[in-house]
Design a protein around this ligand. Sequence first.
Ligand code: ADP
Length: 678
Amino acid sequence: MFSKILIANRGEIACRVAATARRMGIKTVAVYSDADANAKHVVACDEAVWIGASAAKESYLRADKIIEVALATGAQAIHPGYGFLSENSEFADACAQAGLVFIGPPASAIRAMGSKSAAKSLMEKAGVPLVPGYHGEDQDADLLQAEADRIAYPVLLKASAGGGGKGMRVVEQASEFKAALASCKREAINSFGDDKVLVEKYLQRPRHIEIQVFADTQGHCVYLFERDCSVQRRHQKVLEEAPAPGMTAERRAAMGKAAVAAAQAVGYVGAGTVEFIANQDGSFYFMEMNTRLQVEHPVTEMITGTDLVEWQLRVAYGEPLPMQQDALRIHGHAIEARIYAENPEKGFLPSIGTLRHLSTPAAVNFELGKSSISGAPAAVRIDSGVRAGDAISPFYDPMIAKLIVWGADRETALLRMAAALDAYQVVGLSSNIAFLRRLVSGDAFSSADLDTGLIERHHASLFPPPQAASTATLALAVAALLRSEQSASNDPWQSSQGWRMNSVLQRTLTFKEEDTNYSVQVSYQTMHQKAGWLLTQNNDDGSTAAIFISLLTADGNDLVLQFGEQTVRGTVVRDGEHFHVFHQGKHTDLHYLDVLAHAGEQEAEGGNLTAPMPGKIVALLVAAGTTVKKGEALVIMEAMKMEHTISAPHDGIVDELLYGIGDQVSEGAHLLHFSIAA
Ligand code: ADP
């Protein structure tokens, strides 16, 4: 076996590969960019070498540099992970020329599958079913239109070189065809440098079902069953599961056979995925083959008890597949949720910043490569490339982690997923955790009524209107605030003198959540000899509600309160003036308005005169000394390829602009001085 490999990737997949290598006694070399100098994957490997600036094309895409590092460190093979150079046939060739093993398929197989059109022609010959469509060389607009008319609308235009959901257009009717073609070709040339397109019948309510295949250099090829990745947003996967709900043994065997035929048609070696699009009646068609390990490979590992990275290493070394088809079995059910730093409410816009607090459910009963997990009641696995304190930067994919659960059946796995999401806490940036939680417990997903339009169709229930913070949530924030105001040495809740702040026995505390203010009166009380507070809240309808609260236990950020006749437990993470309350799976960000301490300043800060993420100033819309109205746009910055407008929080005057056009600013940088109009 190899004694040392280089991992040409970052984040969770680099950590994932390193974990298996360590278990097998193989030394690992990490490569990293400026932005990743302190990244988790750097620490996860035995050695780490800097390869360039933060932008991927200056680091993780530098094939020459990476090969140089592999040779200099004495690595015998390179694992490309997914993304970056993983499906780059020139890189695979260059590795071979340098005498290094590329842990992936032969360059010729990558090339054969690299063009969706060429791959479809090959598959046609191999007898693999295809979506009715046109994938020819001739790109004449009239000919393409004639083909679309023949296939019948709606049709889907796809960039032949496309990937990641980019370069696709649905065309509903003939009259829209030409305009859609032009726009698809523009996006294709911009994103992939190739404007070739293909036309396919656009299937209604399809499912995305893919087959994991594995081949060795001795001519064996097996399939490790299917994954259902139908739940997508913008044609990108959100939830993945294995096996696919409703899959029959016959259909599974037919799809497996087709996938193996697809792999064999291109002389495949290593891990690959054949993606099919399936109708609700089960009929399926080849879409494309991904010639690498996929993001969602853990669900397959969990149901088959395999370690696919170990398989990759063995096959790359020339060993035969560890298991043949007859020995492969499905145990139970696994579901993966991709936890992203993004804002689902704002069109899934990536959110970047620092993970000020990160607390995850405990990983249980899961061990990589352990062949029998069938006896375990449930298992939770977290594949992550970040730790608390790390930043999600604008340079790479904003993934925080993959959360994977296993259960004896789908129902058990679903319950486990819901509980694990409830226990997943992130502070410092927006995440899709609450959205995933609604998704997994929603009717459509829990009843396995799956298709690629699930999220859009259930938009109303997946994006409910914001709900007012509950009294229990406010009580947790109040308890955390009062507790932090006390010195650690005296425990006021238990003290017989009572807990008094500067001898004040009653005060009003105001918290703000988005545009809603919550004011609660707290007054010191004892009840049944327990020190606590009477919390009084004024309701919108003019009524008031009062409840006695007392802190029962506090373990770090985890609090248990007496709450009237009940107990309430939750976690409160304080980040400056923000109290992040996690209660019953809900995360509420309560901004404490300490009116006395911050008269004026607080509000101005709420107006966001700071950079929300690192980026570049692209426009200054006002000059110093300008009087502006609340909401007026002041500065435009560009970050993550999107523009963000910084507007006036109040009527006031822009005193000074602190940056010029073209300046790079870091997250949280103050962009200008502003004074509020008197
Ligand atoms: P990419 O390489 O960009 O991921 P794919 O060809 O794999 O593109 O397609 C991505 C997704 O687009 C699929 O998972 C499916 O949701 C949708 N899709 C692709 N082809 C069709 C089709 N013919 N009809 C309906 N939806 C499709």
